[in-house]
Design a protein around this ligand. Sequence first.
Ligand code: AMP
Length: 563
Amino acid sequence: MAVIGIDLGTTNSLVCVFADGQTRLIPNSFGEMLTPSVVSVAKDGSIDVGAVAKERLVTHPESAAASFKRFMGTNKVFELSGRKFTPQELSSFVLRQLKEDAERFLGETVTEAVISVPAYFNDDQRYATKEAGELAGLRVERLINEPSAAALAASRLGGKEEGSFLVFDLGGGTLDVSVVDYFDNVIEIIAVSGDNHLGGDDFDEKIARCFCEQHQISYDELSSGDKASLLQCAEKCKRELSVSKEAACTFEMGGEKKITLDNAKLAELGQDLFDRAARVMARVLSDSGRSMEEMDEIILVGGSSKMPVVGFFLLTAFGKQPHMAASPDEIVAMGAGIYAGIKERKEELRDLVLTDICPFTLGIDVINNEDQQNPVMSPIIERNSILPSSRRRFYTNIVSYQAKMLIKIYQGEGYYCRENICLGEIEINIARKKKGENRIEVCFTYDINGILLVEVADLDKGTKEQAVLASGNSRLKGEDLKRRVEELKSYKLAPPGGIRTKLALARGERLFIQMTGERRRAVGTVMGNLHMTMGTGNDRMISKSLKEAEAVFDLLEGKKHRE
Ligand code: AMP
């Protein structure tokens, strides 16, 4: 049974398999490799994932959700058509869709996947990703860090054969930068750093805010539908700037309004975003102990790396011309696909070894004598330790005859615990002794999936007391998980048949909302025709008016029409 590799992206998701000695991306029902990570739920409970749901984001914002990956591992609840979902449940619908696409493509059942996650995902976010897999009916034994997946694919699929690489991966919502060595079939991740709130979406927002400022509109007071529409226009403008000198962001709001941008203006709008990217670069180089001169190549990965302003930033700030990976949107999925092949023990990959690292420091809180309210971090596993990693440190009691000890576990680089992320806490009964006499052992084991096991033992009690990290967030377990899996199964994914017509109708609805005057009337006419021919049930006529509709919509949106 095939194992699939999945890039569960903030904006788009992809699925890949290693077959016949090569990575093969799997197309969705539209024949496209990228499936928008957008979910919509109809009133009857049927689910659409991808392009149709993306159109609904504008026309029916109360029934569709996007960018939920940003909230993985939190308690945020999304309400769609009156039903409540967690981010991992929405992600599970995306995974289910990709699983179905893969099964159709491969002609066999798929039960296992390797899923990529941002390096900076913490324990809760990783756990939530695994849970999303389980909810979708997929066993997820292995998570792979996105930069490691990108590095794995980039180093195998071209560029220089061997050497030291800096992989700059700017996606929709996150930036990951890693330093990677590839020698003698061993891909070694040396250091990673990143910012999980920096990506293409931020550039869209910069353009949208600039639009609002120039037209004296308050961006923050826009309705969610208007905001989604404006952001889509901004994104289109941003993409246009990747191929043209100038691009306009045009939006209907009390008449047609527009702003025109060039790349110099985009660079100016994104200045603070580039400052943040520069800090990430400086840190990864310093952590790896390498200089930029020692890097053989900067490889650009992620959809947002296609922006010319990104290449320009790297060249001016770091003096090196970066190289675009062969398929920057697809490379993480390909890496996950290669890893799926390694997991399946494919002959062609037998000699390939990937060593990964822990991207952040893990530790516990200890008393700060200067300020008792403000505990400080005692690191146990340092960032960039090679995985799997198991480290122990010893602690003692700070109050005489205390019966219990509460240990809080943190992730992050800050000196004070309050600057880091609290992953959970463990309470342990200890032998009653004078201050400083207890010997408490804390052992952290960080596995190759980046999931942490914490064990605490009082060595003087004779018996080792062990405790496993209890997360601050609710995790579904046992019966609860089974019940939710069954509940989610009752939500049916839209069947692939007629999906093109469904997309055309959803797109027409969006354009009708977004346009005015002549153009709006044209949308109305085309939609009327499409509905009328659908009423006849005549496939040939439906196909003809569908093509007409797609051609008109492409024309109105300035897109190249594809047959
Ligand atoms: P990813 O998460 O790697 O799929 O990246 C998605 C992000 O890449 C989104 O913010 C897109 O707007 C952006 N993107 C994709 N293609 C382009 C392009 N040609 N020019 C600029 N941004 C792009």
